[in-house]
Design a binder for this molecule. Structure first.
Ligand code: MTE
Length: 319
């Protein structure tokens, strides 16, 4: 039985993104969404219009850009939260291309310039809930993953989609560690991948993705634990059998294929009932003790949009 917590959907006035911030960001998102040579990847702005996908509107206060770009998980650059910001400057996000393979009529390779122009960019504010118990609220820039997938015309055998991250030792010092079996691989069922909420993100905070956040393109899957939102994608493959993700491979009892946010299914080593919002806690002393923990919401608050995908499924078994 899925239980909703309506109170958590009613933001206090301080949680509503101030209109001023919203307008300022729209002005910022000014230039064409192209990584013009010479301007430098990090300086490029992305053109986007605001969108609320199928009624998914997040009213929570945004995580600061500083926090979202300095507290990261990107194990290809180390396992410490500060490692990606410190070391990901060696990642070269241009030139870049993504191979589309497997069970489809039109496989191919798309370069980044083509991908950026493939569909109109939208800004979407999503909650990101990490399996470790923290969360952020991030304004992504991108378009629905379905826009790209449907160009490949997946066949009836395409039951799942497998995603692969770049694995280049020269660019990614973390690959020397055996913490995961590289490359980083993730997977979705085809209907999950085609759901409009599944975002192919090229930017955040109106700018192109910083390297530490998964430049030049990544997934943002707001109803799933953060590790499903794979970064720096180089390959998308339509497959018939359920792919085995890197985390499932590393610890199958702890990380399932679905990994939908679910406060009623605990991780074997900790509860998933609550979360701490990055930026809300005091880092030490008495403040840390008083830090608010928030109720974690079923499907991270996106049950109205995605609940139907899992109708009739045992979500304890399919964790
Ligand atoms: N993708 C790759 N390739 N490597 C990673 O280590 N970490 C995942 C996910 N995508 C990861 C990844 C995890 S655990 C989380 S919580 C999110 O990225 C973090 O995204 P952020 O750093 O932009 O907040």
């Amino acid at each position: 039985m899925l239980i909703r917590v309506p109170a958590a959907f009613e933001p206090s006035p301080s949680e509503i993104t101030p209109r001023l911030v919203y307008l300022k960001r729209r002005e910022l998102i000014a230039a064409a969404g192209l990584l013009a040579a010479g301007t430098g990847h990090g300086a490029a702005k992305l053109l986007a219009t605001r969108s609320s996908v199928a009624g998914a509107v997040v009213m929570d206060k945004l995580t600061t850009q500083q926090d979202a770009t300095s507290y990261n998980n990107f194990y290809e650059f180390g396992t410490d939260k500060a490692d990606p910001a410190r070391y990901a400057h060696t990642l070269k996000p241009t030139p870049w291309s993504v191979a589309i393979e497997g069970e489809c009529a039109k496989p191919g390779r798309y370069d980044l310039e083509t991908l950026l122009k493939l569909a109109p960019m939208e800004e979407r504010i999503y909650r990101l809930r990490c399996v470790e118990g923290w969360s952020m609220v991030i304004p992504w820039v991108g378009y629905s993953l379905a826009e790209l997938l449907k160009k490949a015309e997946p066949s009836s055998k395409a039951k799942f989609v497998e995603f692969t991250t770049l694995a280049d030792r020269g660019q990614m010092p973390g690959l020397r560690s055996g913490v995961l079996d590289w490359p980083y691989v993730e997977g979705l069922r085809i209907d999950e991948a085609m759901h409009p909420l599944a975002l192919l993100a090229f930017g955040m905070y109106g700018e192109v993705l910083p390297n530490q956040n998964g430049a030049p393109l990544r997934l943002a899957l707001p109803w799933k634990y953060g590790f499903k939102s794979i970064k720096s994608i180089v390959k998308i493959r339509f497959v018939e059998k359920q792919p085995r993700s890197s985390w499932e491979q590393a610890a199958p009892r702890e990380y399932g294929f679905y990994s939908n946010v679910n406060p009623t299914v605990d991780h074997p080593r900790w509860s998933q009932a609550t979360e701490r919002r990055i930026g809300e806690e005091s880092s030490s002393g008495f403040g840390a003790l008083l830090a608010k923990r928030r109720q974690t919401l079923m499907f991270n608050g996106y049950e109205a949009q995605v609940g139907q995908l899992y109708a009739g499924m045992d979500l304890k078994k399919n964790y």
